[in-house]
Design a protein around this ligand. Structure first.
Ligand code: SF4
Length: 366
């Protein structure tokens, strides 16, 4: 099949298949650019099933860009808590504030304009512009890279910028003028539901007859990439200090860091440092739980200790607060510290069946 006919064939088959088989996802029921933007930011590095409840709660809480832009960052992070990669939420908030202040609340309709906003890269800009505004611009994410390298049998290493450039070009030439957003979504959908990395379901694929990797029975060898970096294992230690009023120490992270604005239990990378700090502020130190957490190329093992507060030797730290265990759920806490909070809350609710601690405790200056 020559290139022209192959393109025509792929467009037709993919769009037909998409209309018949697309999943019923809440962000597919709207063309509102703000809602599409929300879903695209949430879906970066996060599974669809995880995103759905967050998306639904988000559009209920912030139905319009204006309401989102006006909201304090603490409320935004609280709603985002658990989705991970908090930088996405902070940049999204910044971009929404920019749109409200400088563009009269109107989200730009052109990909090139969208790309100027904080946190919006070429892929996200392409998705919003093509889906919400019908602009004929391509998308290229991990799913689309996998499909295109397989269909076109591209065996150059995708870690090379030149290969990615070539794939963008292919994605662009494939795009139909009519309903480019649907075509982009069809590609994403195929990658998410059939063209899996390890076990692609080629027998159900609408474009299998023109897929080079499938013809050669070498699907899983595409895309080609450099040997993957090994995961870096990191051991961390966190400390839960509890007082007699059923309150625990919790610390707000500096705005600039990865966890900026979020609340976390005090933590250290070296256990010795935790032991030194804990000897000054608490007694009866004991192991509480072990948590595993995957973050980009890191595999974090978090050992959590727990101790009872003693007043002697205490030093004031600016961002540390006492907060009652029962109100921990109201704070924006990232995983896996949220798991610590959940375990404490569960324990607390079980114990409160035996006695009733003060109900008024909330965040107190330390
Ligand atoms: S035939 Fe298989 S490898 Fe090729 S695009 Fe379809 S699912 Fe992917």
């Amino acid at each position: 099949m020559n290139v022209f006919f192959k393109r025509q064939y792929l467009r037709k088959k993919l769009r037909q298949w998409y209309h018949l088989h697309k999943r019923d996802l809440p962000w597919r029921k709207t063309l509102d650019p703000y809602k599409i933007w929300t879903s695209e930011i949430m879906l970066q590095q996060t599974q669809v099933a995880t995103v759905i409840p967050y998306y639904q709660k988000w559009v209920k809480t912030f139905p319009k860009l204006e309401t989102f832009a006006k909201a304090p960052l603490s409320k935004v992070l609280k709603l985002w808590a658990g989705l991970g990669y908090y930088r996405r939420a902070r940049m999204f908030h910044k971009a929404a504030q920019y749109v409200k202040k400088n563009l009269g609340g109107k989200i730009p309709g052109k990909m090139e304009e969208l790309r100027k906003l904080p946190g919006i890269g070429r892929y996200t800009a392409g998705a919003i512009a093509s889906i919400a505004y019908n602009e004929t611009v391509p998308v290229l994410d991990g799913n689309v890279i996998r499909i295109l390298t397989r269909i076109f049998g591209i065996s150059q290493n995708i870690d090379r910028p030149a290969t990615i450039g070539k794939l963008w070009k292919i994605a662009e030439t494939l795009l139909p003028k009519k309903n480019p957003g649907d075509f982009n979504q069809a590609l994403m959908e195929l990658g998410a539901t059939l063209c899996f990395s390890l076990n692609p379901e080629c027998s159900r694929c609408p474009v299998r007859t023109s897929c080079i990797a499938h013809k050669k029975r070498r699907e899983i060898f595409y895309p080609v990439r450099s040997k993957r970096e090994k995961y870096e294992k990191i051991l961390m230690t966190a400390l839960v200090v509890q007082n007699k009023k059923l309150e625990v120490f919790i610390e707000k992270q500096p705005e600039q860091g990865r966890w900026g604005g979020l609340w976390m239990f005090p933590f250290w990378t070296r256990k010795e440092d935790m032991l030194r700090a804990s000897s000054k502020i608490c007694c009866q130190l004991r192991h509480f739980l072990t948590l595993q957490h995957a973050f980009t190329k890191y595999r974090i093992r978090l050992e959590v200790y727990r101790g009872d507060f003693k007043k002697k030797g205490i030093q004031r730290r600016r961002n540390w607060r006492w907060i009652s265990i029962r109100t921990l759920k109201d704070l924006a806490i990232p995983s896996p510290h949220r798991k610590i909070a959940e375990k404490l809350s569960l324990e607390n609710s079980l114990e409160s069946g035996l006695f009733s601690p003060k109900k008024t405790a909330s965040v107190n200056n330390f």
